[in-house]
Design a protein around this ligand. Structure first.
Ligand SMILES: [Zn+2]
Ligand SMILES: [Zn+2]
Length: 284
């Protein structure tokens, strides 16, 4: 059983449409794939529609949250949410707020660039962005306009958190996100908590506290985790009674990672499915 529990489609910042994603997952030899776009469930229906025979689909999402950093300051954290009920009112309202927040923030960053004379059209960037507008869309516009040579270059310079065009976004507090997902019958898993190259890390005390509040698991195997980090996280998960997952965090052509490059142990997957009461996995 090959199980990849973290992938992105064009519903957020991936390059495969949701339909292409499931077809490519089957072609890559996966038995189970989760679709986990940023702050949106827009890819769920087209992925179900196109699901190839023999492939199991886990409907999920990757939520942008705010936690406590190792240094005591707030830090941006990604939380995976699996198999939650999309019609749960308070969670649906929060997703709607996040989507509006993403659009407003991207528009504000693009407007600052345009005001500075950069060849960026804020409304054109938003039109290209779809349901989960994010900095990658602005990065691609900057590459297309010849302002920077690559998406990575845009992120280390013009779009960086300490850069002059950066605008904060009001993400969901981690504790609130964990309880909202649980109330919607879903299972929450902290994504890539040791991805050092992405910036500052979440405090371990926060992880311990979240485990008490209903956190379901930790993503252990991930392209941005070193072998010692994976080992340390697996030890923490075992100590706190949390599930251990593994995933590629596939983004299509936006990154070099392939589907199924990291995977989840079948027994851990069975346990995750057993904990969820929101929506079932889909088998065609
Ligand atoms: Zn992430
Ligand atoms: Zn991701």
């Amino acid at each position: 059983m090959r199980i990849d529990l973290h992938t992105h489609s064009t519903a957020s910042d991936g390059t495969d449409t949701p339909a292409e994603l499931v077809v490519n997952a089957a072609a890559a030899g996966l038995d189970v794939v989760a679709i986990t776009d940023h702050d949106t469930t827009a890819g769920w229906a087209p992925a179900v529609e196109a699901l190839p025979a023999g492939l199991t689909l886990v409907r999920g999402m990757e939520m942008s949250c705010i936690g406590l950093g190792e240094d005591g300051y707030p830090v941006s954290v990604h939380l995976l949410a699996y198999l939650f009920d999309p019609t749960d009112r308070s969670f649906a309202d929060e997703r709607e707020r996040l989507r509006a927040e993403r659009v407003d923030r991207l528009r504000a960053m693009a407007q600052r660039m345009a005001a500075d004379g950069l060849p960026i059209d804020p409304e054109a960037v938003l039109a290209s962005a779809g349901p989960s507008a994010g900095r990658p869309h602005l990065a691609r516009a900057l590459v297309a306009a010849g302002v920077v040579s690559s998406v990575d270059a845009a992120f280390t310079d013009l779009l960086a958190a300490r850069g002059r065009y950066y605008v904060e976004k009001a993400d969901t507090p981690l504790r609130r996100a964990v309880s909202m997902i649980a109330e919607a019958g879903g299972v929450s898993v902290l994504a890539h908590t040791k991805a050092r190259k992405r910036g500052r890390l979440l405090a371990e005390s926060d992880i311990r506290e979240l485990a008490e509040l209903g956190l379901g698991g930790l993503e252990i195997a991930h392209p941005d985790h070193s072998a010692p980090d994976r080992e340390a996280l697996a030890g923490l998960a075992a100590e706190l009674g949390l599930l251990r997952t593994g995933s590629s965090d596939y983004h299509g052509a936006n990154k070099t990672i392939e589907l199924g490059e990291f995977t989840t142990d079948p027994a851990q997957f069975e346990e995750l499915v057993g904990k969820a009461t929101g929506v079932p996995v889909v088998v065609s």
